[in-house]
Every structure is written in structure tokens, then in C-alpha cells.
Design a protein around this ligand. Structure first.
Ligand code: GLO
Ligand code: MG
Ligand code: MG
Length: 416
């Protein structure tokens, strides 16, 4: 029979097994990466439609302190994570923000991004750009206020996940009107940013749109990062140069896309400014699992792409610690292990980029067989077919690098 673990010994067991895992970076090393910890991820209580909460609430000042201890140098938040809806745009808001500025300074943490909640409160039942002018005016005011909060907290980014921009029932709203109305709200936020920046001689924020294919509406008007890129260049935005995207890894998987390809499309458009990192499964709901726990090989390839193209933006840990993790575990296991998997994968991506096997194979593929100018398809195919075998060599090599097998790690006897 296995030995029971009394309640009083459980934390010590978690700590001992976490340190037995090894592979954790120091908080100084962790701080070198532009990794941000969202207030809502740290404070998530495990609730969902079919799930009661399993953890107690954690106040923003405590989250900031815990992130600092772990070595996460940036923090981000929704407006309503820090200010109750009915205190937004009031004197109470100003007091709360002053307290947070002090908490950030005290802990040496910076606010990287602020985002507006346009999905949770009942006022968004019909979306932020529905029929009623008063709802839209309120939405505009909320987005302008997010910009003000961003400036106050010293953020560089503001993210908009429109959340409820869509519908449950087809034909109730005219999609083109809804899109135009949403654009007016983003335009108002950009105008506000220009005014605040002018008045305070500060830089403008980088406004990033985040897409999700479904949830919480049945149908969404801007379901993918590509849709967002189309929206940015649709002519509806008055300041398209101020607006980029914040793809989320899992949101692209959810519709069956390849996150790496979606990121590449944003990169070539010059719009990849912010990135929500997490993991999960294709064609399933938004499980928001920690980075690398489901698709480490795909994640390695995502990071190879971003390293190779000099992505400089934040890596935002937009995931949800599992319901089975305790409040203690959130800061002892969930956050530090997510950061450490990211750093490990980032470093492995660097190894892959300078790997001699991959580099030689890639160069050979680029050079081709030497038939430039030939118009004979059969001949070109014949001349290149051995070279194409290198695709599989590269695929194998990437898995070896991921598993450490390129350094000689094998399982079982090599020669027997
Ligand atoms: C939900 C989104 C959400 C956004 C956040 C920032 O699925 O991923 O967490 O990233 O609201 O705008
Ligand atoms: Mg997200
Ligand atoms: Mg998500």
C-alpha cells in the first residue's frame, strides 16, 4: 500500500520534486527575456462553465510581487482585473493605479501591456459594436480609458481581443456594419493615444488586435490573425500604422491552422508586435495549457522562426494554470516551469539555427542540382530527387535536437 501524504507535508513534497526536476533558471536569467505574466493568468481561480473555482483570488499587488520573485520582469492586465467595472473612469481608478505604480516600482517589474475587457460583463452581451449607440459609446470610452491606463502604468502595448464581436444567431446583425462600428472604436483609441502622447511627450502605444476563432460567441467576425490583418488594411482604420496583431498560439491551432505559418504571415506584413504563448489541441476549445506541454516540437519550430527573424516583442504567458494546481502551486510550479520551458526551447532554437547538419542541408537545397534555366520538368525532378531526401534529414535532426539526441542521448544499445 502506498504511504499517504498528510496535508502538512504536501507543499514540501511539491518543492522537493520540483527541485528534483532540475533545469530551472535563476531569476536573473529569466529576467533577460521579454516574458510577461498576465494578472488574469495568475489570478485565475479555475472556474468555467462546468467548473467551480478551485483556488482563492490573488490581488494584483501580490501577483506582481510573486512574479518578481520568480524573475518575470513584465506584468500585464485587463482594465477590470485591477479596477472593478463600476469604478472605472472614476477617482477610485486613479487611486488604484497609483497603488499599482508603487507596487511595480517596489518590485522592479514593468507593465508591458494593458487590455480592455469586452467580453465578461453583461453590457457586452451583444458585443462591443452592436446596434445600440449607448453601448458603442461606452465601448469607445472604455477603450480610450484603456489607453489612458496604459500610459499611466508605463505600458508599451495595448491589446484588443474583441471577445464578443460576433453573434449566436445568424442574420440578427449586419456584419459589415458591425465591423465598421468596431473600427470606429479602435480609431477612437488611437486618437486618444495620439492626444495623450502629444500632451505628455510620451511615445504612442502599439495597438495589437487578437483573434480567436470561437468562444465566447458562436460566430466571430474576426476569427483569425489573418482576418485581423485584413481588417487592419481594410481602409476602415484611420491609423493602420498604429495597429498590429497579437496572435495567440492556441487560437491559431483551434481553427486548425499552423501557428508558425500564421506568425510568418504577420511577420511579412510587419505586424507581429506581441505574442500570447500557451499550448493546447487542434479543433478543441480554449484550454490555455502552459507552453510546450502539448506540442514541444511545434513550439521549437515556432521559436526558430521568431529567433531567425529577430522578433523583439513580448512573450506573454496567456495560459491558465490547471484547476488541479493549488494557489501555492501557481507560483511554485506553474509560472516558473512555464518560463523555464520557454527559455529552454528558445535556447534549443538557437542551437537548431546554428546546427551544422541543418545548415549544410539547407544550403544544399537552396543551391539545387545546377539546372537553372532548364524547362524540362522530368529532368529537373530527376536531378533534384536525392536532394529532397534532405527534408527528412532536417525533420529528424530537429527532433534529435529537441530530445538532446544530437549530443549522443540514445535509448537502448546502439550496436547489439
Ligand atoms: C482569451 C484571450 C484573452 C486575451 C486577453 C487579452 O481567449 O486569449 O486571454 O488574450 O483578453 O486581450
Ligand atoms: Mg490571448
Ligand atoms: Mg486562449
Amino acid at each position: 500500500m502506498s504511504t499517504t501524504i498528510p496535508e502538512k507535508d504536501q507543499r514540501a513534497l511539491v518543492d522537493r520534486l520540483m527541485s528534483a526536476c532540475g533545469g530551472s533558471y535563476s531569476s536573473e536569467v529569466r529576467r533577460r527575456y521579454f516574458i510577461s505574466g498576465p494578472q488574469w493568468a495568475a489570478a485565475y481561480q479555475g472556474q468555467a462553465l462546468f467548473h467551480a473555482p478551485t483556488r482563492t483570488a490573488v490581488e494584483p499587488a501580490e501577483v506582481i510581487e510573486r512574479l518578481a520573485e520568480i524573475g518575470i520582469g513584465w506584468w500585464c492586465t485587463h482594465d477590470t482585473d485591477i479596477i472593478p467595472t463600476n469604478h472605472l473612469m472614476s477617482d477610485r481608478q486613479a487611486e488604484i493605479l497609483d497603488g499599482l505604480v508603487a507596487a511595480l516600482e517596489r518590485n522592479g517589474v514593468q507593465c508591458s501591456m494593458v487590455t480592455g475587457e469586452t467580453f465578461h460583463h453583461g453590457v457586452w452581451a451583444g458585443g462591443p459594436a452592436g446596434e445600440q449607440a449607448e453601448v458603442r459609446a461606452y465601448a469607445r470610452r472604455r477603450l480610450e480609458n484603456v489607453v489612458e491606463i496604459g500610459h499611466k502604468l508605463g505600458a508599451q502595448f495595448v491589446v484588443y481581443w474583441p471577445g464578443t464581436l460576433g453573434y449566436q444567431l445568424q442574420g440578427v446583425v449586419d456584419e459589415t456594419r458591425m465591423l465598421k462600428r468596431y473600427a470606429e472604436e479602435i480609431n477612437a483609441a488611437c486618437e486618444k493615444d495620439l492626444a495623450v502622447s502629444r500632451a505628455s511627450a510620451a511615445s504612442t502605444l502599439r495597438h495589437c488586435l487578437e483573434a480567436k476563432p470561437f468562444e465566447p460567441q458562436a460566430e466571430l467576425l474576426l476569427p483569425t490573425t489573418d482576418a485581423m490583418l485584413g481588417f487592419i488594411s481594410s481602409g476602415l482604420l484611420t491609423h493602420p500604422e498604429m495597429v498590429g496583431v497579437n496572435p495567440e498560439y492556441l487560437h491559431e491551432l483551434m481553427w486548425g491552422g499552423a501557428p508558425r505559418a500564421a506568425l510568418a504571415r504577420a511577420l511579412v506584413a510587419g505586424k507581429l508586435w506581441h505574442f500570447d504563448i500557451n499550448d493546447g489541441y487542434r479543433l478543441k476549445h480554449d484550454v490555455d495549457i502552459g507552453i510546450g506541454l502539448v506540442n514541444p516540437l511545434d513550439w521549437l519550430n515556432v521559436l526558430i522562426l521568431l529567433r531567425a527573424h529577430g522578433y523583439q516583442g513580448p512573450f506573454n504567458l496567456d495560459y491558465k494554470p490547471p484547476r488541479t494546481t493549488s494557489n501555492y502551486g501557481v507560483f511554485r510550479v506553474s509560472f516558473p516551469s512555464a518560463v523555464d520551458r520557454f527559455i529552454t526551447l528558445w535556447e534549443i532554437a538557437g542551437e537548431a539555427i546554428s546546427d551544422p547538419v541543418i545548415n549544410e542541408a539547407t544550403k544544399a537545397l537552396e543551391a539545387g542540382a545546377g539546372l537553372a534555366g532548364s524547362e524540362d520538368a522530368d529532368r529537373i525532378f530527376e536531378a533534384n530527387k536525392e536532394l529532397w531526401t534532405l527534408h527528412e534529414v532536417i525533420g529528424h535532426r530537429l527532433v534529435q535536437i529537441l530530445l538532446g539526441a544530437h549530443r549522443g542521448r540514445t535509448v537502448g544499445p546502439l550496436n547489439s
